[in-house]
Ligand binder design. Sequence first.
Ligand SMILES: Cc1cc2nc3c(=O)[nH]c(=O)nc-3n(C[C@H](O)[C@H](O)[C@H](O)COP(=O)(O)OP(=O)(O)OC[C@H]3O[C@@H](n4cnc5c(N)ncnc54)[C@H](O)[C@@H]3O)c2cc1C
Length: 78
Amino acid sequence: MVEHNRQVGTTGQSVAPKLYVACGISGAIQHLAGMKKPEFIIAVNTDKDAPIGEVADVLVVADLKQFVPTLTEKLRAL
Ligand SMILES: Cc1cc2nc3c(=O)[nH]c(=O)nc-3n(C[C@H](O)[C@H](O)[C@H](O)COP(=O)(O)OP(=O)(O)OC[C@H]3O[C@@H](n4cnc5c(N)ncnc54)[C@H](O)[C@@H]3O)c2cc1C
């Protein structure tokens, strides 16, 4: 857990990125409050029913420990 001033949400910062890749983020309301309309949200979560899926444009149901290194490797190879 990071300090409050580094958290995205009600107790910390707001972010408005073009792309938000939410890895292992449940989608708690306190966190969503800090997301000011990212243009596109990709969520990576092992739980297909995680609340982040309700706001994500794409939900990847996968273990981030496997998915993120694989994605990084593929992007670096481009
Ligand atoms: C007064 C108050 C204020 C708060 N303010 C904030 C705030 O400003 N910002 C904030 O973020 N939170 C805040 N919180 C906490 C908030 O309620 C949630 O507890 C918190 O956002 C949950 O963080 P999380 O989604 O990272 O973790 P978790 O709730 O632990 O969720 C983890 C998610 O990751 C998934 N997962 C786990 N392992 C993997 C894996 N290997 N691969 C893929 N997916 C995986 C799980 O399925 C789960 O959906 C506040 C709480 C309170 C009470």
